[in-house]
Design a protein around this ligand. Structure first.
Ligand code: ZN
Length: 682
């Protein structure tokens, strides 16, 4: 599970000096934002602490970083079956077109290409709606005509004219692959979604297929705790529903072969035996596709606690699948920020206190919280679904039974949150949407700390808290699972950010940290996150739904007592919290409510909460937010250019690996496509 940055968490600045003076100094010359287009910003991040790594550690990071880049094509193909075809076509145009490259039309196609890179495909990375180049099909055909036929990804025997017809339909026809992930419960989720996890099968067929598989496995005494369907595409072959497994010599073989090649090199320079064991098991999983091996790997990965270097590499998160089963390929290579990790160690050491004192019914609490480990890390390379957009926190593994029996590893990615903060210095956002100067001051003073702490707690305590009643399926919430799970983790951290215990533990200097977080969260959940939504659209993304659910539910529940109040000034709407303790009480109530829904698998109640509070947008407030936001000229979504790691040799011996920070997004994307593209266009 992941936590993504949200807009207003980017505005914390002044506290940085006190929080991390050295980083502040480093930042004076560094250009944090490379460019901005459509609704996207391209940022850069640094790798603090790189030079303190040993040569062997740097070597390990390097091999893992190469493995991280080798899976890029898999993510494209998983997102939509024609994404690689589109990307390769656009790159061929970009690199070969000899006509007027300065025209508005050409620029529009260039922007479209960058958006495709940013989203790993033709659907918006957040809304999952298809987006379009703002040109006519005639113009697009002219561009294709200017590319030598040998440079186009033609099908066998296809003429360039036939190809033009095919690709313009894929790119420009709004009825083709309109949405990557549809969560509309009234439709067949699989048929309505363009993602490439299923083909030629219905939702019912897939549900039956896995129910049968589970039953067969259970009867033959196999381990049925595995994450069914995690690493395969479901298709129909000769009228029979079957799986195409992503593994060596299976689907995605050419990319997986490269990933394995680099992981095997990494396995020769590991820091600890535990790290080596985990890596070896991951390699075995890629070779066999065996989901038992994947669970074994997850457990070994959890056991690797003493290494500085760590990595995520594989089929991990299921947000990309409307059925929440199939995992998108991703990678993050990172190492521990030892100083900042002290903060999360304190939280993890007190995990049992937080579980025992949280406002949920005793039967849903874990009697014994196991192995919650948390650390603050700096990313050294992002890949697959984590590149260019990356989460700011991650908690893994996702398998409920492993979390219960073996715990979970939770991280906050501090060099990424820092880059967000630095790049948004003084952009006017906070001043525009905040009711009082007092709130602005509190936010500036405590917002960064509050944001980092709530991320820590969301990942390390929130997702790990609570338990299912015996017999409750972890998949019971289906299409509402992700939104409810994110809301639950958020509520847990919100409840505790106002707990005096945090002061006692020395984690916060003042209760104003909690107030800053409450202001920020409610303002964002109720109002400002709407700037990420297109006019007329609903809220789809799991974390956004979670925040909307919480803010709206609390506003409605506390209406009579005016716990939260909507205010108007000069035709502008603001939201103000009048009663922070009252709000904390409401957070506790909702947490208990959602925990009960999850623990008992109460699908109907979960559906009702999400549909009533998390999906619909007030069009008037939405328009107002968009208008006010437009004037600030900020793009709401950020993504990153990766640093480049280059080995240095002297007489064939590796002597160093140096980091450089490129600032040209197009150059990096083209170089990835040239150097790390292993899958065919179709
Ligand atoms: Zn989360």
């Amino acid at each position: 599970m992941k936590k993504w940055i949200y807009l207003t968490a980017m505005i914390m600045m002044v506290a940085m000096v006190a929080c991390n003076g050295t980083k502040k100094e480093e930042s004076t010359e560094f250009k944090w934002q490379a460019e901005q287009f459509a609704d996207l910003r391209i940022l850069r991040y640094q790798i603090p602490g790189w030079d303190e790594l040993t040569l062997k550690q740097k070597e390990l990071v390097y091999y893992l970083s190469q493995a991280a880049l080798c899976g890029r094509d898999i993510t494209y193909d998983q997102n939509y079956k024609n994404n690689l075809l589109v990307r390769k076509t656009l790159e061929a145009i970009y690199q070969n077109y000899k006509g007027d490259r300065t025209s508005g039309d050409f620029k529009n196609v260039e922007t479209y290409m960058k958006r495709v890179w940013f989203s790993n495909g033709i659907h918006h990375h957040y809304s999952t709606d298809k987006f379009f180049p703002e040109v006519t099909s005639e113009y697009f055909s002219t561009l294709l005509g200017g590319v030598p036929a040998g440079q186009l990804p033609l099908k066998e025997g296809q003429t360039p004219e036939e190809f033009t017809e095919e690709i313009t339909t894929i790119i420009l026809d709004p009825t083709v692959a309109a949405k990557r992930i549809s969560l509309d419960p009234s439709s067949d989720l699989i048929e309505a979604s363009a993602c490439n996890f299923y083909e030629g099968v219905t939702q019912k067929e897939v549900e039956d297929f896995y129910a049968q598989k589970r039953l067969d496995d259970s009867l033959s005494g196999k381990d049925i705790r595995i994450s069914y369907g995690l690493n395969s595409k479901v298709v129909k072959k000769d009228g029979k529903v079957t799986e195409m497994v992503w593994k060596l010599n299976g689907m995605y073989h050419p990319a997986i072969e490269q990933i394995v090649f680099w992981l095997e090199k990494a396995a020769t320079v590991t820091e600890t035996p535990e790290q080596k064991a985990a890596l070896d098991k991951l390699i075995e999983f890629y070779k066999t596709g065996d989901l038992v091996a994947f669970d074994d790997y997850s457990i070994l990965w959890l056991a690797d606690q003493n290494s500085d270097i760590d990595f995520i590499n594989g089929f991990i998160e299921t947000y990309g699948d409307p059925m929440s089963m199939k995992a998108t390929w991703e990678s993050i290579v990172n190492f521990k920020d030892k100083k900042a990790t002290e903060r999360t160690i304190t939280l993890a050491d007190n995990a049992q206190y937080f579980e025992d004192n949280c406002p949920i019914d005793p039967e849903f609490k874990k009697k014994e919280v196991k192995g919650v480990t948390a650390k603050v890390i700096n990313a050294a390379q992002l890949g697959g679904d984590c590149d260019p957009t990356t989460p700011i926190g991650v908690n893994l593994p996702n398998a409920e039974w492993i979390r219960k029996d073996h715990g979970s590893k939770s991280v906050t990615i501090e060099n990424i949150t820092y880059a967000y903060d630095q790049s948004s210095l003084g952009n006017g956002f906070l001043e525009e949407f905040t009711w009082s100067p007092e709130e602005v001051e509190r936010q500036k003073e405590y917002g960064f700390l509050a944001g980092n702490l709530t991320t820590d707690m969301h990942e390390c305590l929130g997702h790990a808290a609570g338990q299912l009643l015996p017999g409750t399926s972890p998949d019971a919430m289906k299409n509402y699972h992700s939104a409810l799970e994110e809301a639950r983790a958020d509520l847990f951290s919100l409840y505790y950010i106002m707990d005096p215990k945090l002061m006692e533990l020395g984690l916060i200097p003042s209760m104003d940290v909690g107030k800053a977080e409450y202001d920020n969260y409610i303002r964002n959940g109720y109002m400002t996150q709407l700037v990420r939504i297109q006019p007329g659209k609903n809220i789809e993304q799991a974390h956004m739904r979670g925040r909307k659910l919480i803010a709206t539910w609390c506003y409605e529940q506390g209406k009579d007592e005016k716990i939260i109040e909507l205010l108007e000034k000069d035709g502008k709407t603001y939201i103000r919290i009048n009663d922070y303790d009252g709000l904390r009480r409401l957070f506790g109530e909702l947490l208990n409510n959602i925990q009960r829904i999850k623990s008992t698998g109460d699908y109907e109640a979960g559906k009702e909460l999400v549909e009533n509070f998390a999906v619909k947008v007030d069009p008037e407030l939405h328009n107002q937010m968009l208008e006010r936001y437009k004037k600030l000229n900020i793009s709401p979504y950020g993504g990153f250019i990766n640093p480049v790691l280059t080995p240095v040799y002297e007489n064939d011996a590796l002597t160093d690996i140096v980091v450089t920070y490129p600032d040209d997004f197009t150059e990096q994307m083209i170089s990835y496509s040239n150097e790390f593209s292993y899958l065919p266009a179709r």
